[in-house]
Design a protein around this ligand. Structure first.
Ligand code: MOS
Length: 744
């Protein structure tokens, strides 16, 4: 790279894996095919609670092509994972087919393996299962909960302060069960070679997946390898292994053949997690001038019978605003549904729906502009733990967003804004999301073929991780992007982080940069120690490296020796070095800081009362997520998250049949998500302040924060347009029919 060219860090960069995806060459889990491969199809329970009385597989076993039927009586021993071990996180505590108890509709009760997918499908329908149904709790609302609550965060005396506060907001906000719908289905392909198992998976964490599967199968860790070269996204649903992986692995071992299992969309609605329902009781007390005096958030979330999944709705509440008296409490409410799992922006996103909705109601109550109310309550430090913020520009998010949106043209009256025969509603909300650096190791190798290679057992879930690796390497080594090979998605590589929590970029960049620096050092040493090298016996201090060449500090870089030539002289196939990122909570430079990203969402809705038509028409989103490494991929992440926010606000909800517990809208035809027709005009702005605590590039990573704050901004805009206060998502047209605002 010449001294005058701009840094690639911060330059919009097309995905290096784009051509592989657009040509179909990228291999996803179910694309892997092997000789003699058999096909597995899982059978789900048609009841929400009870037990299997009798399971008769004889008819299925007689059917053409059927090789094996596995169920709780013949699966053999499968183990649970070690509880509370962050390095071995499974989605469900129960091992696959562990018992004959049915705890939710669609729970796998058997799996049929056959020569073809069609044969396995037909035979799965022929498995005769007799159930003994038992009462199941399918109640949608959680408001019957009377048990204990856990205090998550507390300071001051919020109840006393609330009792005497001049202005109060006291309301409950509800978010429904939502289902992850990545394009790529969950799938496992299991291949045994002797005692060694390779799993071609679609997982957001190959390292964790490997540990979990070794524990569940009870085999040595070194015998398991997990490969996920590409993912058609996951949104959290693929963070941790689900029961179908173990079935596939056991079937492949018993048959001594490769086995493939792919869930279908309907199974994805019941067997691989969801965002749980939340009910959040909020109490805000404030002065007449709008200063917060007290804040209380008591939330409930649904979970399954066996698993303690806490949605963590109090994630952002304790630090977002300055308030002396605060408490967040939580409790889990058990239902006969499948086990919940993180879904994009877990915790903070539903939590911010409640907090930011309550802030908007407070602004309306006080007749203060909602932007002003937030600026008035900005926090100078994290009041939950007294730590300084590493880098917080929330005020600037609000101010920049207001300016870009044209917020000063907003008239406060309900239904007071019109355009082209439609009523306009304008609403806004704040956003926040956690930032961390997870431990990561990456090796960087100068190769004899003149290429540079980086290896790391993280994965690209579709967000642009391959490209981030290449950008950092190019920045550090000057080797052109098309001579850089990024190898990810294989647990055999050096340990890398999960692709989750928008934490990957901020975690990997430092390891890659560090690995490149170490590799350059080794190359310089090689140049001074290799017979025939122009720099043989030169002092290391006199040697420099520029754009793939080692040279003397006082000579033009172009006159230096290319690494491929140096490797040839030394008769080496390559020279590699390791780079590491340290976890932020272990690094003395970062562990004393409160690390978060921030944002502001401004939303316009159009309301046509005559035909009851509501649309989100315009969104301005301003994101403070540290330095943005690849603005092109990052803007894509944020815009995609905003679209998901439109879905959360207006469309998404998994509805269960109250008699059977079956998700009755469990298909892409029935489950409403925002589609192209629902996409508003979206303006994404990054403030791009490097976070000094996150390391060299100051990147915190993006993704989930684009979803945070969208839903409460939508409901505020809906209120502004219609006068209808929606506290339960999604906004339903039938609720809006109560609006008294008419165009005429
Ligand atoms: Mo995200 S819910 O951590 O994939």
């Amino acid at each position: 790279m010449s001294a005058t060219s701009a840094s690639i860090i911060g330059t919009p960069t097309p995905r290096i894996d784009g051509p592989l995806k657009t040509t179909g060459a990228a291999e996803y889990a179910s694309d892997f095919h092997f000789e003699r491969m058999a096909y597995a199809v899982a059978l789900g329970a048609p009841i929400a609670g009870g037990r299997i009385r009798k399971l008769d597989t004889s008819a299925a076993e007689q059917m053409p092509g059927v090789l094996l039927v596995l169920h709780h009586e013949n699966i053999g021993t499968l183990y649970r994972t070690v509880p509370n071990d962050d390095d071995a996180v499974s989605s469900e505590v129960r091992a696959t087919f562990e018992d004959e108890i049915v705890r939710h509709w669609g729970q796998h009760v058997a799996v049929v393996i056959a020569e073809s997918f069609e044969q396995a499908t037909a035979a799965a329908a022929a498995v005769q299962v007799e159930y003994e149904p038992q009462p199941a709790n399918l109640r949608e609302s959680l408001d019957d909960y009377t048990g204990k609550r856990k205090s998550v965060s507390k300071r001051g005396d919020p109840d006393k302060a609330f009792a005497t506060a001049p202005v109060k907001i006291d309301a409950t906000y509800v978010t429904p069960i939502e289902t992850h719908n990545p394009i790529e289905m969950h799938a496992s392909v299991a291949v045994w070679e002797g005692e060694n198992l390779t799993l071609y998976e679609t997982t957001q964490g190959v390292v964790n997946h490997r540990v979990v599967m070794a524990q569940i199968l009870g085999i040595p860790l070194e015998n398991v390898r997990v490969v996920t070269r590409f993912l058609g996204s996951g949104f959290g649903g693929k963070l941790f292994p689900w029961p179908h992986t173990a079935m596939t692995a056991v079937a492949a071992r018993k048959l001594d053949r490769p086995v493939k299992l792919s869930l279908n969309r309907r199974q994805m609605f019941c067997a691989v997690g969801h965002r749980p329902r939340t009910e959040q009781h909020m109490q805000l007390g404030a002065t007449r001038e709008g200063k917060l005096l007290s804040l209380r958030q008591d939330y409930l979330n649904s979970t399954s019978l066996l698993d303690d999944f806490d949605e963590g709705c109090g994630e952002a509440t304790p630090y977002l605003y300055s308030v002396a008296n605060l408490e967040v409490t939580s409790a889990l409410v058990r239902r006969n549904f499948g086990t919940p799992t993180p879904m994009r922006g877990p915790g903070a996103v539903p939590g911010l729906f409640a907090l930011e909705s309550a802030m908007n109601e407070l602004a309306d109550e006080l007749k203060i502009d909602p932007v002003q109310l937030r600026l008035l309550n900005d926090a100078a430090k994290d009041e939950s733990n007294n730590l300084p913020f590493s880098s917080r520009h929330l005020r600037e998010c609000f101010e920049t967003g207001a300016k870009k949106f044209g917020w000063d043209r907003r008239t406060a009256g309900i239904g007071s804004m019109r355009r082209d025969g439609k009523i306009l509603g304008w609403g806004m909300a704040g956003a926040s999301w956690v930032a961390l650096r997870l431990p990561c190791t990456a090796t960087v190798e100068f190769c004899a073929n003149g290429r540079l290679c980086v290896r790391c057992a993280t994965q690209d879930i579709g967000t642009g991780t391959y490209t981030i690796f290449a950008q950092v390497l190019h920045e550090k080594t000057g080797v052109p992007l098309d001579r850089i090979d990024v190898i990810l998605g294989d647990s055999a590589l050096p340990d890398g982080p999960m692709s989750g929590g928008s934490l990957t970029t901020g975690s990997v960049v430092y390891a890659v940069a560090n690995g490149a620096e170490n590799a350059i050092k080794r190359l310089q040493q090689l140049a001074t120690s290799t017979a025939g090298s122009p720099y043989q016996d030169a002092e290391l201090e006199t040697i420099a490296y520029t754009a793939g060449r080692v040279h003397k500090k006082d000579e033009p870089p172009g006159d230096g020796a290319h690494f491929a030539d140096l490797l040839a002289m030394a008769r080496l196939s390559g020279l590699s070095a390791e780079g590491k990122s340290q976890a932020t909570w272990e690094d003395p430079k970062s562990k004393g800081f409160s690390l978060h990203s921030y944002g502001a969402q401004f939303v316009e809705v159009e309301w046509e009362p005559e035909i009851a038509r509501l649309r989100a028409s315009r969104v301005v989103t301003v994101i403070d997520a540290g330095r943005i490494i690849n603005p092109r991929a990052a803007a894509n992440q944020i815009a995609g998250a905003v679209v998901m926010g439109v879905g959360m606000g207006l469309l998404e909800e998994t509805v269960h049949d109250p008699r059977t517990g079956q998700p009755i809208n469990g298909s892409l035809a029935d489950y409403m998500m925002a589609t192209c027709a629902d996409v508003p005009e979206i303006d994404v702005t990054f403030l791009d302040y490097p976070d000094p605590v996150m390391g060299e590039f100051g990147a915190r990573g993006v993704g989930e924060i684009g979803l945070a704050g969208v839903a409460p901004a939508i409901t505020a805009a809906v209120y502004h347009a219609t006068g209808v206060r929606v506290r339960e998502l999604p906004v339903r047209i039938e609720r809006l029919l109560q609006s008294q605002i008419l165009l005429a």
